[in-house]
Design a protein around this ligand. Structure first.
Ligand code: GCU
Length: 735
């Protein structure tokens, strides 16, 4: 019988000549991958471990299984090179032979930049390391195959017709033996067998995520020599261009989030508890779908999705930029993703790529997508394919129409455009392509602990984020044809190249903070919309000191009526309208205790009248060379606080922007190391870690000049920014 042993403890880790002993999972970028500057260590480190013969499990053949090593791993056993695996998010195995009394495993792990392993350019940190478990597997000579792209050699395909489900189970073996398969109390013999289940208990999303188990035994001369088993679910689904997602014959709108997995200090080296905490938070919010971006996630997490009834979009990290030498890698990563995750009922689509035309579309992008699309279909005929398209990609682009369904990433109201543009944009797509299911794969905006009574696009306040999500939610509610919508992102995550919002190295679009400790107001906007539990939440609790005499209070609730009390006095009750958002105006005098009541629930907040704006609420950019009050903003004239798009809408503005643009490009081209050891400055014109192209310039229209400058990661001096401001101060605003 198969025996497995997790061997995570006591590995000798060497980085740049320094050796320490540590336990897996581990990354060497826990700190430098999260602190900004795009300067985290990307190179080769080694992990070594000695295994005595008695450390091995029972068995005649032995395999080593790696659940995740980023990005490339070369495995040596007793000095002999066994394999190199390229791809940091999928599992792989190697066979160990000639076991001695003492054996040495050495793994060279490499996350250095190259041009053939995805991802290379993306808005997240590529943490190097053996960041998931390592397992030793012992089997007899006759066993279920361990050489099928990291899969567990059992593939279950349920299919429902009327009241009967036929459940096909295929198994793959090495060696001899008779295969006995067990499902739902029945037994069949063979490597490709089909069970019939009458009135099956369906896997029905969050309502009832029922799971069956299939077990296969390999029997040789009456002895069970190996056994594998898997959970599976019986469900049918359809993605309809008009009705959206249909689960088991019923319309089931997919509304949820994307998830990045990393955490402070430990990066992607997560424990089961971390995965579970993430899932608990997503469930609390009331989501029923997760886009597991931008790579293959841990098996534990897909299992949790099955168990909690989440509908999942799974994808490979074919992202941001097509690499001519990376075609093979997209193929192996897609093959591994599908082989390793085929049995999960939660997964309904395979994502081929994300924002791949950011650096331009063309024949190779189209070819690569056609190849991946047929590969996915040939490996799995039960699931459609999808892509996440970058905002500026034209809807007629050939590549947009290759996958079975499609979604767009749009940041109207954040990077560029206004927040009310979602509805019209999707209506236009839907009208032109009425047979193509369209969804929103990403939308979102950043929020930190900054506050304001006058939220504005790009201000990084909790209030603007909440307002933004209210506005997008309203547009989604009115468009049931959207097959799935995914907020970017459930959690703040690290992207070492970023310099935004006052904390470098982070993307703050999460509904929940990086440490999972604080749920931002927008989390509750979703909870009030999606959860079936009663919800009552007063927003802006961290915004206590307020200057204005009358202030607004936003309350989120899915209950019929909300009543608000200030210092014990009712200021009125409001009935729930179409949306679960309630807006109150109250007088701001002295100290106020605000109490909201709805049904059985209450929530409380405190505000205080002050004369001067509390500067603790205003964004302070880390390492910023310039303070907001140093920027001259004469009325009627532009300043660096205006968006590039607004400035460019006048002739004078265009001329001014040409001068400013030259200053910017000049500084970025000159982006060579200024001194030895000055790691912050890297070669090549780049913007938040991405190299320039025209599409990115379009995106930049939504940025204020100041923000565009700050996103280059402190490449401009105060004097330079003030010079830009002086240029703009001479240009009259459009009337
Ligand atoms: C992109 C991308 C994400 C990124 C996000 C953002 O669309 O797909 O990986 O983090 O936008 O800018 O926040």
């Amino acid at each position: 019988m198969r025996e497995t042993k997790i061997i995570n403890s006591q590995w000798d880790f060497t980085k740049q000549g320094e050796r320490v002993t540590l336990d897996l999972p581990h990354t060497w970028n826990g700190k430098d991958g999260q602190d900004g500057g795009n300067d985290y260590f990307r190179g080769t480190c080694t992990y070594e471990k000695t295994l005595k013969r008695e450390d091995f499990p029972l068995g005649e053949e032995f395999y080593l299984q790696f659940d995740g090593v980023n990005s490339s791993a070369t495995v040596y056993f007793n000095g002999e090179k066994l394999t190199t695996h390229h791809g940091g998010y999928s599992a792989f195995r190697v066979k160990l032979e000639n076991i001695k009394d003492e054996n040495k495993i050495k793994v060279e792990v490499d996350n250095s930049p190259n041009d053939f392993v995805y991802p290379q350019q993306a808005d997240f940190t590529f943490y190097g390391g053996i960041y998931r478990s390592v397992t030793l597997i012992g089997v007899s000579h006759n066993h279920f195959s361990l050489d099928r792209f990291g899969s567990n050699a059992i593939a279950v395909t349920p299919d429902i017709k009327g009241n009967i489900a036929s459940v096909n189970v295929k198994t793959f073996t090495q060696g001899l033996g008779e295969i006995h398969v067990f499902v739902d109390g029945k037994e069949l013999v063979g490597s490709d067998v089909t069970f019939e289940i009458e009135s099956p208990h369906l896997w029905n999303g969050t309502k009832d995520p029922f799971l069956y188990t299939a077990t296969a035994q390999l029997v040789v001369d009456g002895v069970v020599e190996d056994e594998v088993s898997t959970k599976f679910g019986i469900r049918s689904f359809k993605i309809d261009a008009e009705k959206g997602f249909i689960l088991n014959g019923e319309v089931y709108p997919l509304r949820g989030v994307s998830r990045h997995q990393d955490r402070p200090e430990i990066g992607n080296a997560l424990s089961y508890e971390h995965h579970k905490e993430d899932m608990d938070l997503i469930c609390e919010m009331g989501a029923n779908t997760i886009r597991l971006a931008h790579y293959q996630h841990a098996q534990e997490f897909y299992d949790l999705c099955d168990e909690r009834g989440m509908v999942v979009w799974a994808e490979i990290p074919y992202i941001s930029k097509h690499l001519e030498n990376g075609v093979e890698n997209t193929k192996t990563q897609m093959t591994e993703l599908i082989y390793q995750n085929y049995n999960h009922p939660s997964i309904v689509v395979w994502g081929l790529s994300n924002e791949i035309t950011m650096a331009g579309s063309g024949k190779s992008v189209v070819d690569n997508h056609r190849m991946l699309n047929s590969l996915a279909h040939s490996l799995d005929s039960t699931r459609p394919t999808t892509v996440a398209v970058v905002t500026m990609c034209p809807i007629d682009d050939e590549y947009v129409h290759i996958s079975d369904v499609v979604s767009y990433n749009h940041y109207f109201g954040w990077y560029g455009g206004k927040v009310d543009m979602y509805g019209p944009w999707f209506d236009k797509f839907h009208k032109k392509y009425p047979n193509k299911p369209i969804g929103i794969s990403e939308y979102g905006c950043e929020a930190l602990n900054w506050h304001t009574s006058t939220p504005e696009q790009g201000d990084y306040t909790e209030e603007y984020q909440a307002y933004y999500h209210e506005e997008v939610i309203k547009q989604i509610i009115d468009r049931p044809y959207l097959w799935a919508t995914h907020v970017w992102n459930m959690f703040d995550f690290a992207a070492d190249a970023r310099a935004e919002g006052g904390e470098n190295g982070m993307n703050h679009k999460g509904l929940v903070t990086f440490d999972r400790k604080y749920k931002k107001d927008s989390f509750y906007a979703y909870k009030a919309w999606l959860s079936s539990e009663p919800v009552l939440h007063i927003c802006s609790k961290r915004y206590v000191d307020r200057v204005e005499d009358k202030t607004s209070i936003t309350v989120y609730s899915n209950l019929d009526e909300v009543e608000l009390f200030v210092n014990g006095e009712s200021v009125g009750a409001q009935k729930k309208g179409k949306y679960p958002f309630f807006k109150f105006e109250i007088a701001n005098v002295g100290e106020s205790v605000i109490l909201a009541k709805a049904g059985e629930l209450t929530d409380e907040a405190h505000i205080r009248k002050v004369d001067k704006f509390n500067e603790a609420y205003r964004m302070k950019e880390e390492g910023a060379v310039i303070n907001w009050f140093e920027i001259n903003t004469p009325t009627g004239y532009y300043s660096v606080n205006d968006t590039i798009g607004d400035i460019m809408s006048t002739l004078g503005g265009k001329i001014a922007m040409l001068r400013i643009g030259k200053m910017m490009l000049g500084a970025l081209k000159d982006d060579k190391p200024k001194e030895k050891g000055d790691k912050k400055k890297k070669k090549g014109a780049s913007f938040a870690g991405f190299s320039f192209n025209t599409g990115m310039l379009k995106l930049a229209y939504g940025f204020t000049v100041k923000r565009a400058v700050s996103m280059t990661g402190g490449k401009f001096t105060k004097e330079e920014i003030l010079r830009m401001n002086a240029i703009l101060n001479k240009v009259k605003k459009k009337k």
